[in-house]
Design a protein. Structure first.
Length: 277
C-alpha cells in the first residue's frame, strides 16, 4: 500500500459515478502518521473510528429509490483509513444501482469497506421507518470552554501540557467544543467537540484548553488529530487511564468520530449525534 493523501481525490475535480464502483475507495495507510508520533511496536491505545453516512440511496429491482443512514465502525488497528471524498464518491456510485434488498447493500458495504480498510468493519443500516428512533446527545464532562484564557498560538504544542504530579490522582471527563483542525490536503476547516476522560495526576485545564485550541491551524485528518492528542496527553501528563473521543461535524453527508482509549473497562462511546452534526 503506497497511497498518500496528495494522490487522493481531495481537491480535484471528480466525475460522479452513479453505478456501483468499489474501485473509487482510496485507502491511506495509518503507519506514516503513527511513525511521525514515534509509535513503534504495540500501540498505546485501542479504539474505533465511527463514521455516519446520511446520504445513501440506491434503487430496488423495480427502479424505486431507497434511502438509509449507515453507521460504519472501523477498528483502530486496521492498517488503513479511507479518504473521505473517495468514501462519498463510492457511496454515490449506488445512486442508480439496482439491488435486491437492504441486506444486499449491507453485504457490498461490508465487503468493500473491509477490503479497503484491511480488516473487518461493522455496519449498521437505519431505514426510514426507524429514523425517529435516532437519538441526539452531547459529550458529557466539565466544559473547558468556560475558562477565560488568552491565546496567541495556533499549532499543537504538547510542551505546554502539565499536570499536578505531587497531588492525589483524580478521575475526570473534560469537554471542549473549540477543536478545529484543517484537512491535510485542501486546508478546509474541520470542526469538532472533544472529550478527554482520564484518571491520574490532575491535568491543568488551562494548558489543556490552550493545547486543544492549538490545532486551529494544524493540517491532519480527523483520526490522526485524535491520535496525536492521545499521545501528547499520555506522554506529558502521564495518566494511568486515558480516552479521547472527538465528534467532528458533517461534510458531504459524512461525519467521522474517532475514539482512542488505553483502559479495557472503557466502553465504546455512544454514537449520539451532537447539535452541530
Amino acid at each position: 500500500m503506497t497511497n498518500s493523501a496528495d494522490q487522493s481525490p481531495l481537491g480535484k475535480t471528480s466525475a460522479y459515478r452513479t453505478d456501483y464502483a468499489p474501485e473509487l475507495l482510496f485507502p491511506i495507510p495509518r503507519l506514516g502518521k503513527r511513525d511521525e508520533l514515534r509509535l513503534t511496536g504495540t500501540l498505546p491505545f485501542f479504539g474505533v473510528d465511527i463514521w455516519n453516512a446520511y446520504e445513501i440511496s440506491w434503487l430496488n429491482q423495480r427502479g424505486k429509490p431507497q434511502v438509509a443512514i449507515a453507521r460504519i465502525t472501523f477498528p483502530a488497528d486496521t492498517p488503513n483509513i479511507i479518504e473521505s471524498k473517495s468514501f462519498k464518491l463510492y457511496l454515490n456510485s449506488f445512486n442508480q444501482t439496482r439491488l435486491d434488498s437492504v441486506v444486499a447493500l449491507k453485504a457490498l458495504l461490508q465487503q468493500d469497506l473491509s477490503a479497503a480498510a484491511g480488516g473487518n468493519v461493522h455496519i449498521t443500516l437505519t431505514q426510514p421507518e426507524e429514523f425517529g428512533m435516532v437519538e441526539m446527545g452531547e459529550l458529557d464532562g466539565l466544559l473547558l470552554d468556560r475558562l477565560d484564557i488568552e491565546v496567541d498560538h495556533y499549532s499543537p504544542s504538547p510542551e505546554i501540557l502539565n499536570a499536578a504530579f505531587d497531588e492525589e490522582p483524580v478521575e475526570e471527563k473534560l469537554v471542549s467544543h473549540l477543536l478545529k483542525s484543517n484537512c491535510l490536503v485542501t486546508g478546509q476547516p474541520d470542526w469538532a467537540s472533544v472529550q478527554i476522560h482520564y484518571s491520574g495526576p490532575q491535568i491543568d485545564q488551562e494548558s489543556l484548553l490552550k493545547y486543544l485550541i492549538g490545532f486551529r491551524e494544524h493540517n491532519e485528518f480527523h483520526e490522526q488529530c485524535v491520535e496525536r492528542i492521545f499521545v501528547d496527553i499520555l506522554r506529558q501528563c502521564q495518566p494511568q487511564q486515558l480516552a479521547v473521543y472527538a465528534r467532528y461535524t458533517r461534510r458531504g453527508g459524512l461525519d467521522i468520530n474517532p475514539w482512542r482509549s488505553n483502559f479495557s473497562t472503557a466502553h465504546k462511546p455512544a454514537n449520539l449525534r451532537g447539535a452541530r452534526q
